[in-house]
Design a protein around this ligand. Structure first.
Ligand SMILES: [Zn+2]
Length: 293
């Protein structure tokens, strides 16, 4: 075939590279078949060669997105607040397909995986709630600011959820706890040692809390709780009867106590969470980390 640029020579088959942009990042595709003109240097692709390049680009795009797990797909659907048939309609897939993915009966196909990843990217706050790889950097950044200060486990959880824009129901679903349980922990209504060791460990794992910081959070909770029982009379005289009002009040009482606990902090001969409990939590943490890998 004669060169359509200079009309001086026939094209020769050769190899070339191309830079493609996938998700805003540049990637180089190498070893691509092409045609070049020995006279003017023009590079061109036959139809078949172009198709091969498209295939490589699409494979790259698929390969860059980790396959969504059954759990992630379930969390995503709950995050979107959709029923199984609704999300199937949204994705234009068979009525039973999403359910099968969620139950782990079949793996999501690479092309659907890409489509669902695109959906996650388009919905505000979806990635941080659904994908660990998106959540970890946000949580670790928040932890850097929070974990150094005197703060109870409850107040820490409330703040990190707000700062990372996590949805409490989704946090509960991911950790495997009841929403009511989360509220009680957030309000420091639970004696730290009454939180099951496994749950404490799961919370620490989810929020990437190092063990020594976890011990400090639990001790701070204990301090707040001790004070709270001292001022329970104030609490009892509350005139808020509806659940929402009570929740807001519990939260603000909690904040006041938190401040008091911070002030009294060091000087008080303080009660500590038992070594026994902490050792059990540590064992749970190690067990969970072992199953995670
Ligand atoms: Zn030419």
């Amino acid at each position: 075939m004669i060169c359509t640029n200079c009309f001086e020579a026939e094209y020769n088959s050769a190899k070339t590279e191309l830079t493609v942009t996938v998700n805003g990042e540049s990637h180089v595709l190498i070893d691509l078949d092409c045609e070049t003109c020995p006279a003017c240097g023009e590079v061109t692709f036959t139809h078949a060669q172009s198709l091969e390049i498209d295939k490589k680009r699409i494979a790259l795009e698929f390969g860059l997105k980790p396959l969504l797990t059954a759990v992630q797909l379930k969390i995503l659907r709950h995050f979107l607040g959709m029923k199984l048939d609704e999300i199937c309609d949204l994705l234009h897939i068979g009525r039973n397909t999403y359910g099968r993915w969620e139950r782990g009966e079949v793996e999501i196909t690479p092309s659907m995986n890409l489509l669902v990843h695109n959906l996650i990217e388009k919905v505000p706050d979806a990635s941080v709630n659904v994908l660990e790889m998106a959540r970890i950097p946000v949580i670790e950044k928040t932890n850097a600011g929070l974990l150094g200060s005197h703060i109870s486990l409850g107040e820490y959880i409330r703040e990190v959820i707000a700062a990372a824009r996590l949805v409490p129901e989704i946090v509960c679903l991911s950790i495997g706890m009841e929403p009511g349980e989360l509220v009680r922990i957030e309000n420091n209504d639970l004696q730290p040692e009454k939180i099951p060791c496994e749950l404490t460990a799961k919370i620490a794992l989810y929020f990437r809390i190092p063990f020594d910081a976890l011990a400090r959070l639990l001790n701070e909770t204990l301090k707040v709780l001790t004070m709270k029982s001292a001022v329970s009379a104030v609490h009892a005289r509350s005139t808020c009867y509806d659940a929402k009002g009570a929740g807001i009040q519990a939260s603000s009482v909690n904040k006041i106590l938190e401040k008091l606990a911070q002030k009294k902090g060091a000087e008080q001969g303080q009660t500590q969470v038992s070594d026994d409990y902490l050792a059990k939590v540590k064992a749970e943490l190690e067990r969970l980390q072992g199953t995670e890998e």
